[in-house]
Ligand binder design. Structure first.
Ligand SMILES: C[S@@+](CC[C@H](N)C(=O)[O-])C[C@H]1O[C@@H](n2cnc3c(N)ncnc32)[C@H](O)[C@@H]1O
Length: 425
């Protein structure tokens, strides 16, 4: 807290209590305050901190006040997270659930911002290229799922030669200035086979830059992870870099793989009819005609040749040349779903419902990406609905982010040896 003397209204806001409750605390002597005139109170910031501490020591108080105070305390002691390329907040929600305190988030896409602020909190909407490092608060951890289109198999694979491919440099620029304890970068699998302009692999360039940064550097581990190994009902492969500042002496270990029980589509398609955002983006008449001919668990390969549109017939005629694409995959209820992509087109992801002739709804893909049902999307117009497929497809699955965040919390922030080192410094 920066202001030393607070009004009742400011103290109430800070403690997330009503002004009436704050006045009652003052009257009961639970919160120290000085009277100015007959009715006006001023409260020292240090007395608020004392009140928070004493409330925490009060066993057995389970009322709203106690919860708000505990939350505030946790926020004050939680590692501070700076989120770059935040999207609608998939990665951020997972980190928040694991106890991180998001102090700054950024994304220039208005659709992503709208969902982020509805569910998570404030987000800076500027193009990151225009944000100076000293405009960003300091933090203990920086996370960034930098744009992936240039590296994605679904994209044009121009890699670093595409201006969006250079955005990882924005992450490095901010990390270099802030030197947080931990950094987490996420990207698509295609990043692993992308080369930098000097002929080196881009992954190696990023690891080298980070490991030598500012003469301090990070111990970086880079791993291709399948989300379905971490409780996500989706086969989604993504590359993660986790770097821990070398002076902390921690070699990060990715959490062990988890069981894949209960991850098939059958387990997530039981959305109640009145659930929020349970609406779909209608398929084109041609796509609709095609999916009517695809059985559960099948793909476009099940459609009789003569019933295929000419474009698809040409591909079928020369499957080798087109590398046997797996268009229009219709996963069965007993399979784990394929990757949900931002474009949500049946040509590049398994977006078709197993037994109904439609795309998955926004709520269904949100579930496949492990957003909880109380995380709200904006689906009041058809334009919004299309945009939701994009922001959800772009997200890091919440449960994957959570599992990673818990491992980082345990290995770096709750690591007693590290705490002792910090105290000695
Ligand atoms: C792959 S998505 C990130 C998704 C996010 N990690 C999540 O879990 O929801 C990349 C995001 O980068 C944002 N972005 C791209 N270029 C940007 C720029 N120059 N400044 C700010 N945001 C940008 C896009 O709008 C997009 O939401």
């Amino acid at each position: 807290m920066h202001t030393d003397l607070l009004t009742v209204s400011q103290a109430a806001k800070y403690l997330q209590l009503s002004e009436k409750t704050v006045r009652r605390l003052i009257k009961n002597g639970d919160l120290q305050a000085s009277r100015i005139g007959t009715r006006t109170w001023r409260i020292r910031a240090s007395d608020i901190d004392k009140y928070i501490e004493s409330s925490l020591n009060c066993n057995g108080r389970t009322d709203k006040t106690q919860n708000a105070v505990v939350e505030k305390m946790e926020e004050k002691t939680a590692p501070r997270l700076i989120s770059l390329f935040s999207g609608c907040g998939g990665m951020d929600l997972g980190f928040k659930q694991a106890g991180f305190n998001i102090v700054w988030a950024n994304d220039f896409d208005p659709d992503a911002q709208a969902v982020y602020s509805l569910n998570i909190g404030k987000i800076d909407g500027r193009d990151i290229l225009t944000v100076k490092e000293d405009e960003i608060p300091d933090g203990d951890i920086i996370t960034a799922g930098f744009p992936c289109q240039p590296f994605s198999n679904a994209g044009n694979r121009k890699g670093v030669h595409d201006s969006r491919g250079m955005l990882y440099k924005e992450c490095l620029r901010i990390i270099e200035k802030k030197m947080p304890k931990v950094i987490v970068l996420e990207n698509v699998k295609g990043l692993l086979s992308t080369y930098y302009i000097d002929g080196r692999k881009l992954v190696d360039v990023i690891i080298d830059d980070l490991s030598m940064m500012n003469g301090k550097g990070y111990n970086v581990v880079c791993k291709l992870v399948n989300a379905s190994d971490y409780g996500v009902p989706q086969n989604r492969e993504r590359v993660f870099f986790v770097g821990v500042r070398k002076d902390l002496g921690v070699e990060f270990k990715f959490p062990p793989k988890q069981s894949k029980d209960n991850l098939t589509l059958r387990h997530i398609l039981d959305v109640p009819q009145n659930a929020k955002n349970h609406v779909d983006w209608p398929l084109s008449p041609q796509a609709l005609k095609m999916i009517e001919l695809i059985p559960e668990g099948g793909s476009w390969k099940d459609i009789p040749y003569e019933q295929l549109p000419p474009r698809f017939q040409r591909i079928r005629d020369n499957m080798k040349r087109y590398r046997s694409p797996n268009f229009y995959r219709r996963f069965s209820r007993d399979e784990i779903c394929g990757t949900i992509t931002a474009s949500a087109q049946p040509e590049n992801c398994g977006i078709i419902h197993p037994i109904e002739n439609r795309r998955f709804t926004v709520r269904e893909i949100a579930r496949i990406q492990t957003f909880p049902d109380d995380f709200e999307f904006i689906t009041d117009t058809s334009k919004n609905i299309t945009a939701m497929y994009k922001v959800i497809g772009n997200a890091v699955p919440v449960r994957l982010a959570y599992n990673l965040a818990v491992a980082i919390m345990d290995q770096v922030f709750n690591n007693n040896e590290n705490k002792e080192k910090e105290l000695k410094e």
